[in-house]
Design a protein around this ligand. Sequence first.
Ligand code: FA5
Length: 348
Amino acid sequence: MSLSDDLAHLQQDALAQFAAARTSEAVEAVRIAFLGRNGRIKELQKAFGQASAEEKRALGALFNQCLESVKQAHQNAQLGLAGAEVDEPIDLTLPSGARHLGSVHPLSQVAREVEEVFTSMGYTVIDGPHIEQDEYNFGRLNIPADHPARDAQDTFWLTSQGWRDGDRLLRTHTSAVQSRTYRLVGEGTLTPPFRRVVVGKVFRYEAVDATHDNTFTQVEGFVVDKEITVAHLVGTIRTLLTAVLKRDDVEVRLRPSFFPFVEPGFEVDVRSTSAEPGSRLSRWVELLGCGMIHPRVLEQGGVDPSRWQGFAFGLGLERLAMIRHDITDIRLFNGADLRSLHQFGTGA
Ligand code: FA5
């Protein structure tokens, strides 16, 4: 093979190998192999030295051109590497270095406090299903199908292919858990006396405003025991409000009201005396309904009303939290606006 063939092969090899080198180590290895002190170009140079003067003249320009093109290939490989490093895919979804501390939702904080107050008074915390049956949400609570009290609780009925799906609904109040509990007595799996508290979501098909949401939280408390009176009920509500509100600028009033599942029935309203005059919290806000459990409701579940009595109440947790924290709009709780929610933050 002639020197000119050798030159052509060397150039071809060098260009191919530089083009294939993907890391800086690989590029350096190719550089040493071709341009290094003992590299292939040096070897060819030695062979050149032994060539005739005529050959040297003929091939000198070709040699220089080969050398230049190999050096250029080396330079290109280095530039390519630098470019590849810069173009490395960047994952924009990776979290930044900053750490954002989460906090407990204000409603969850108040829920925990409510549960603590009741467990300290001997109550057991329970819950029932969100998808309820007509029977537990209404029927066993003395609210028959044609009873006007159903209008107060506009209901999300479950549908199947556009049709009302039997008697399934999203529970409109936690009183449904009362009916479920009394049934256990009839079935023989629960024996009075007992104290129960429920903190759970309820759903109503109604217009949303500053004090009404369509998904909100109720606290249901009920006691079945002997010689229970309205005084026990009032004392319990008083204990709850004192422990949770932690403020002395709140007025509370108890007034007669009607719920088919209690007799007598009451409602408790609250208002803040320090709220800006005319603001929502400066006016009475209905906080809870309550009363002595109707004998027929106990009877429906199998609890003998001649031996056992009790009281029950159902409270709107968002409204309690609003008064506690001076929150003037209920929509803050489900709004997921972290700027507002962080203001009430505490550690987990
Ligand atoms: C009831 O739901 C009864 N089950 C309460 C009850 C239980 C009475 C046991 C007697 C014995 P009412 O519909 O008034 O009652 O709701 C109770 C509380 O839930 C209200 O006082 C209010 O604080 C809250 N509440 C009612 N509707 C809404 C709403 N749309 N948004 C936020 N809170 C509400």
